[in-house]
Write a protein that binds this ligand. Structure first.
Ligand SMILES: O=C(O)CCC(=O)C(=O)O
Ligand SMILES: [Fe+2]
Length: 278
């Protein structure tokens, strides 16, 4: 009897079953996929990009890496929790590999940035890397940011990236903390919310590099009536979690490796997640 009850509970957890469904299968037919217009045209609303004729970011070395602003497209899914924004493919094709390599081969080994990681960064074991954090560090157990740490270092490229996005999209955003997530073809990330930051009215920026992934986003709690929306996040897609979506449950159910010969331990997707804490 008890076993049957347990089974029922599992089946009733739509978050668990949806995650399992997308983790196990390769069914992309219900996903919003911004590389396939027929998959998203009727399920998203497109809104205009702010009209900024010239942006002046002194010494910004990476501005040329982005597509010109008039080529950016901004969408919000009509069924998802409000406030979720997707800006697909913001980098020029020529720079995408270079950005992946920067986060894969360069950033983690920069001692002076006072990074934290799931591994000993002195050992340079790339394939074991799952995450690094920068800026105000987050205590995973207490879920509290160390706001009194003596220095809060934001890597220059990430600071410039945040500035370009804020200026282009007219956001009031200061990068103060962040995580870089490293995924291999077998990796996934369970449903969670990001609520440790003190000010939830400020959006969170999430930038994907490398292999596509199935991202799921639902409501703020599992008993919410808001549907879980599956979205394929591809190389150089920007996701902004603002408004209600800032505190929504979200997950990465599956990585879709594009190269079948890829070693199962090799990092094939990287996500940069930048937050303003206070
Ligand atoms: O990898 C992703 O796209 C999501 C990462 C994420 O949700 C997080 O770091 O909190
Ligand atoms: Fe998250």
């Amino acid at each position: 009897m008890i076993i049957i009850n347990d089974q029922l509970e599992d089946d009733n957890d739509i978050y668990k079953s949806t995650f399992k469904y997308y983790k196990q299968g390769n069914d992309l037919s219900k996903c919003l996929d911004f590389s396939k217009p027929e998959s998203f045209h009727e399920k998203t609303k497109r809104f205009p990009i702010p009209n900024i004729s010239n942006i002046n970011l002194p010494n910004c070395l990476i501005l040329d890496h982005f597509k010109p602003l008039h080529e950016w497209e901004m969408y919000t899914p009509t069924e998802s929790i409000p406030g979720l924004i997707i800006v697909p493919g913001i980098l020029h094709q020529d720079y995408r590999q270079e950005w992946f390599e920067y986060f894969h081969n360069h950033l983690p080994w920069r001692d002076e940035l006072q990074l934290k990681a799931n591994v000993d960064l002195n050992r340079r074991n790339q394939n074991q890397l799952r995450w690094i954090t920068f800026g105000f560090h987050h205590n995973w157990d207490s879920k509290i940011y160390s706001l009194n740490q003596p220095t809060c270092i934001i890597p220059k490229r990430i600071d410039e990236f945040s500035n370009v996005i804020s200026r282009y999209l007219n956001l009031d955003f200061q990068p103060q903390a962040g995580i870089v997530n490293y995924y291999n073809r077998k990796s996934s990330l369970c449903f969670h919310t990001d609520h440790s930051e003190l000010n939830h009215s400020i959006p969170l920026l999430s930038f994907s590099l490398g292999s596509p992934a199935i991202f799921l986003i639902g409501g703020k709690t599992k008993d919410s009536s808001i549907p879980i929306v599956p979205i394929v996040l591809r190389d150089s897609d920007l996701l902004i979690m603002s408004g209600d979506s800032r505190l929504a449950l979200h997950a990465i159910a599956k990585i879709i490796p594009e190269d079948d010969k890829l070693n199962s331990k090799s990092i094939c997707r990287i996500n940069l997640n930048i937050r303003q804490v206070q």
